[in-house]
Design a protein. Structure first.
Length: 579
């Protein structure tokens, strides 16, 4: 269905609940009151003609500086997997009573985003099973993403109140999936059955970053797993509200720090959509090459560390060897091995050289034999199969309901890849397969990612063959810097250069969301522009962040020895989780 058809159907069926609607830059958007959220959301999910079964993200926005009513807004992004269409719901919230009902009973993927609304904006989410701080410490005062919360460098004093901590322990055991606890007259906790609480992380090497999970154990079996995040919080979303658009790009490098070009691309595509500008074809091809090389490098780090977690040392060394070659290619074209900031508004930082293109060709000819080598070591290895098959299983329905994405979603049998379903940057010009699994276990996630290594290599090979001639950035001096050769001969070019460097790009007023397919799944930015050269709101849809609740659900009923394998199979990156 087109965006227009979606809106017409929703208005026809839910007219009384819809305040207004619009097609905004091609996206279907409806505006509703907070009292209608749950009813409209349930309709959108269950109506067979719409079938919005996938919750992509929920985010908030504060319009204090625009002096508008209501001050706050909650935004829901929904996808229909089979029908391949999307809708955005915008809900206004009053400053006096920023309360909304939970939709976590419809989509389990809402659990973390709704807690983030409570934590960062101070919104009350009625009916949420565990409405508590998520990223900030429990004793933090205020809500950082509100506009009246200052961006400062002041030291923060943390409290260490024992009674306060005891209350946290009590509240943390109120989730339904936790072993039920009772409190004695002395204020001590007693379990209804003999079990043990085991703390894993945040320093444990197999948690792949500063991630902590509290396991409730019945012998060697995991009864329940409660995740704790926020140890790596960098405040990038808040900082973005004080930076010009071009200065946000280097910060996106440090979100998913194993695939910086994908973050750059998602951000730039969103801003370019607001600017309504088209990038030259050569720039699109160079973007694709960089993103697919980054996908390969990211999957190599995943395979290396995942294998090492389970005990396969040789694969770690082999994968690191090939990843170093990709980092050398990054350095050759951008001057930096990891945080390249190569993709820029309107194109790329600089054109490729014949020597760099030849180096990429040599690598992709060399690479397939190395993937064969990884598979000879692992794919039919009986120990590897015993440690990965029928463990951490997630069905197709569960994967969709928990908002999993990327290889994890596809390993559960869902053929959803944004490069195919919603082609961007010229991906419609390339022939490649979307690998999917059958069982949704650790082994299938392994097979999907290994197959993706081969498919990414094929995409790069095609891009090199089809790489067109032409400019590598838009010919608009209000978006990208003028050619340096013109600065000595053109006063107009010199003025544009000065204005862009000193003031940056002014983006028309509006809001939009653009997702791309990153190595871990759907990476997207929701950006609100107030018409200035600084974004009013920058929200990252991080696949690792959305995957953590579902990952912990997988741990229930498994052995403690399998927890390491489950965490590794999800391939979380804490930079994009905590932001």
């Amino acid at each position: 269905m087109t965006s227009e058809e979606i809106i017409e159907k929703v208005k026809a069926d839910q007219g009384e609940a819809i305040d207004s609607s619009e097609v905004n830059l091609g996206d279907a958007v409806i505006f509703i009151g907070k009292g209608s959220i749950h009813g409209v959301a349930e309709y959108l999910k269950k109506d067979p003609g719409l079938d919005f079964d996938y919750l992509s993200q929920i985010t908030g926005a504060d319009y204090l500086n625009e002096d508008r009513e209501p001050r706050f807004e909650v935004v829901y992004e929904l996808h229909a997997i089979e029908k391949n269409h999307s809708i955005r719901i915008r809900v206004g919230l009053d400053e006096e009573d920023p309360t909304i009902p939970t939709v976590s009973d419809l989509w389990k993927g809402a659990l973390y985003p709704e807690r983030e609304l409570f934590d960062m904006f101070g919104f009350n989410v009625e009916g949420h099973p565990n409405l508590s701080r998520l990223i900030m410490p429990e004793d933090w005062e205020g809500n950082p993403l509100r506009k009246d919360y200052p961006l400062t460098i002041e030291d923060v004093t943390f409290t260490h109140n024992r009674e306060f901590k005891q209350d946290l322990v009590k509240s943390s055991h109120q989730l339904d999936n936790w072993t039920k606890m009772t409190v004695t007259e002395q204020g001590l906790l007693e379990r209804e059955k003999d079990s043990m609480t085991l703390n894993m992380g945040p320093q444990h090497p197999s948690t792949h970053g500063v991630f902590r999970v509290v396991l409730e154990m019945d012998g060697e079996l995991v009864d329940s797993a409660e995740p704790h995040i926020g140890f790596l919080h960098t405040g990038i979303e808040k900082t973005s509200e004080a930076k010009r658009y071009v200065h946000v790009i280097p910060m996106t490098d440090r979100l998913d720090y194993l695939s910086p070009p994908g973050n750059n691309l998602a951000f730039c595509l969103t801003v370019e959509k607001l600017l309504q500008t088209n990038v030259p074809e050569r720039a699109n091809y160079l973007r694709v090459i960089m993103c697919e090389l980054a996908r390969m490098a990211s999957h190599l780090v995943w395979l290396a560390t995942h294998a090492l977690d389970i005990g396969a040392m040789t694969v770690f060394l082999y994968c690191w060897r090939e990843r170093e070659m990709i980092l050398d290619l990054n350095e050759e074209i951008s001057g930096v091995r990891m945080m390249t900031s190569y993709i820029r508004l309107g194109g790329v930082a600089q054109d490729s050289t014949p020597g760099w293109l030849q180096s990429v060709r040599k690598f992709i000819e060399y690479f397939p034999a190395k993937v064969d080598e990884y598979e000879r070591l692992l794919t039919r290895n009986p120990i590897w199969m015993d440690r990965t098959q029928n463990i951490g299983v997630m069905s197709r329905e569960e994967a969709i309901n928990w908002s999993m994405s990327g290889p994890v979603l596809r390993a559960s049998g869902v053929k959803w890849d944004l490069r195919k379903q919603r082609p961007y940057s010229g991906y419609e010009n390339f022939e490649f397969e979307v690998p999917i699994g059958k069982n949704g276990d650790i082994y299938d996630r392994y097979l999907v990612r290994v197959a993706e290594l081969r498919e990414s290599r094929e995409i790069v090979k095609q891009a090199l063959k089809k790489l067109p001639e032409g400019p590598y950035k838009v010919d608009d001096n209000k978006i990208s810097l003028p050619n340096r050769k013109t600065l000595k001969s053109s006063m107009e070019a010199l003025i544009h250069h000065f204005k862009l460097v000193s003031e940056g790009v002014s983006v028309p007023k509006g809001e939009t969301y653009v997702p791309v397919e990153g190595p871990r799944g759907e990476v997207g930015f929701y950006i609100v522009s107030d018409g200035s050269n600084v974004p009013s709101r920058v929200k990252l849809r991080a696949p690792s962040f959305m995957a953590i609740p579902g990952m912990c659900k997988m741990m229930e009923g498994c052995f403690i020895a399998d927890v390491v394998g489950i965490i590794g199979s999800i391939d979380i990156v804490m930079g994009e989780v905590d932001r």
